[in-house]
Design a protein around this ligand. Structure first.
Ligand SMILES: [Zn+2]
Length: 142
């Protein structure tokens, strides 16, 4: 915080002018009405230019498309590596690059049999694996 030298109001360190009396910390005085308008117009012009540059940057950036593929675990809960391998090959051949992977638990198979004091059973967790693929569709001109 800093103190306005004119009205003694406490203002933020990176504030250019006092909200109470309009004292300008850069000019070190209270600007005229015309100066205040000019100052505000300059700020608006800078913001407009920054926004135009941002839009230009977005327009010229490379473009991508995305798709997903779903792989379900084997019945015993292990990863279906065969399917995973073939899906990866298939997409790679079509120009896709693996972007990210989501694993989602879709169920548990629980069965237990009790015979006397012996209990047997299986407890496998089934997951689905979602592969997210990315492919560039336009290079852009950055
Ligand atoms: Zn002030």
């Amino acid at each position: 915080m800093k103190t306005c030298p004119k009205c003694k109001e406490l203002v933020g360190d990176n504030v250019d002018s006092c909200f109470n009396c309009n004292y300008n910390f850069i000019l070190k005085r209270v600007p005229s009405y015309e100066e205040t308008i000019e100052f505000q117009e300059n700020i608006a012009a800078v913001k407009k230019k920054q926004e135009e540059e941002r839009i230009e940057l977005i327009k010229s950036a490379p473009r991508y498309e995305y798709t997903t593929a779903r792989i379900i675990d084997n019945a015993d809960g292990s990863t279906n590596q065969m399917q995973l391998q073939s899906v990866l090959m298939e997409y790679a051949n079509a120009g896709w690059k693996l972007h990210s992977v989501i694993t989602n638990e879709i169920g548990k198979n629980v069965s237990s049999v009790s015979i006397g004091r012996f209990t047997g059973g299986t407890n496998a967790t089934m997951d689905e694996v979602i592969l997210i693929f990315e492919r560039m569709i336009s290079r852009g001109n950055l």
